[in-house]
Design a protein around this ligand. Structure first.
Ligand SMILES: [Zn+2]
Ligand SMILES: [Zn+2]
Length: 152
């Protein structure tokens, strides 16, 4: 992404074209849609998945807050600490809602919420929600927790 692109509408959408969707990850990689294929990491259109509209609305609502906090964290300065506290606290609204929409999405396909982590803090070995050891058997990230629908 160039600096110019930051002030342009997002147009370089890379859509998943896997033969079969096996699992989904809800992740902010600075695009408009957080629904990504967990196999190829490209975007999947919510209409293609035939998700119910309430779930899509709730994903959009959660994602708006996640993006806001993530942007505040990226901006550093006076917002950084506040945003990081919200993004790492397992009881914060953004994380509770992220896990909740991932769980509901799992009724369609096994789904995970990509938990925020600051690489400066080292790798997470335990689930940030339930503190059980993460399953390292993942294509992306360092591990997942099936019970919490979380991937780190
Ligand atoms: Zn895919
Ligand atoms: Zn867990």
């Amino acid at each position: 992404m160039s600096s110019y692109d930051k002030l342009r509408p997002w147009t370089e959408i890379e859509n998943c074209d896997c033969k079969e969707i096996t699992s989904i990850v809800l992740v902010d990689i600075l695009t408009d849609n957080p629904i990504h294929c967990f196999n190829c990491k490209n975007e999947i259109d919510p209409e293609f998945l035939k998700l119910d509209q309430k779930l899509v609305d709730d994903i959009a609502s959660w994602y708006g807050v996640f993006q806001s906090l993530y942007n505040l964290w990226l901006n550093s300065g006076e917002y950084e600490e506040y945003a990081k506290e919200k993004l790492t606290n397992k009881n914060s609204q953004v994380n509770v809602e992220g896990m909740s929409v991932a769980k509901r999405l799992s009724a369609y396909y096994p789904s995970y919420y990509w938990w925020f982590s600051d690489t400066d803090d080292g790798e997470l070995i335990y689930c940030p929600n339930c503190a059980k050891k993460l399953d390292p058997n993942v294509k992306y990230g360092t591990g997942k927790c099936e019970a919490c629908n979380v991937v780190v």
